[in-house]
Design a protein. Sequence first.
Length: 211
Amino acid sequence: MQGLFISVEGIDGVGKSTHVKFIETYMQEQGFKTITTREPGGTELGEKFRALLLSNKSHMHRITELLLMFASRQELIANVIEPNLKQGVCVISDRYIDASIAYQGLGRKIGVDKLNSIISLLEPLLIPDLTLLFDAPVDLTFSRVGRHSEKDRIEQEDKSFFLDVQQAYYTIAKNEEHRVKIIRTDQHKEQTRMIIKKHLDNLIATKKVNS
Ligand code: TYD
């Protein structure tokens, strides 16, 4: 039986990482074997691309950035996502294709048409069963990132960049309501967790119906 594929998205500083851990634990409690990975990265080669992509010492064209994101993604699909899904493992990915649409497509203004052509190159093109899009006001996320000791290359961008990325995520969520669920993180953590659980329970129920 094919495993479940969950991706997690959101602008920098939204507090995604703690929730990824929670999702993993909850799915395990529900009896699923899980693997958690991240983008860019998640494979030996992908982590090298990540280092290049996020280093403040790197200077690259926006298309180079896009191609490296997808090079990392192809490695992750071939070596981690596809084989684990085939074995029935629940794959949780901290970011996936939606991040490229939001950050490179709209944030860097490359455009969705070019994005679509590169998405079509992925082998195989796997779409998550559920995407949890964490969201909070950019004023809040921006000040959170600002408190880091050192911002990475992408976190260096200004507030308007993140407003564009956030809008892009909203558009994706609107166009794919069945897959993408927006979860606010500017509320009590327990409240956020209740909503995450609700979406995961729905996903598990759908899986049972279809299997
Ligand atoms: P992030 O996932 O936020 O990791 P951390 O929490 O460790 O900072 O960092 C990845 C960065 O890469 C983030 O700024 C978003 C960016 N990114 C893209 O611009 N495009 C992509 O396709 C992906 C996967 C990430």
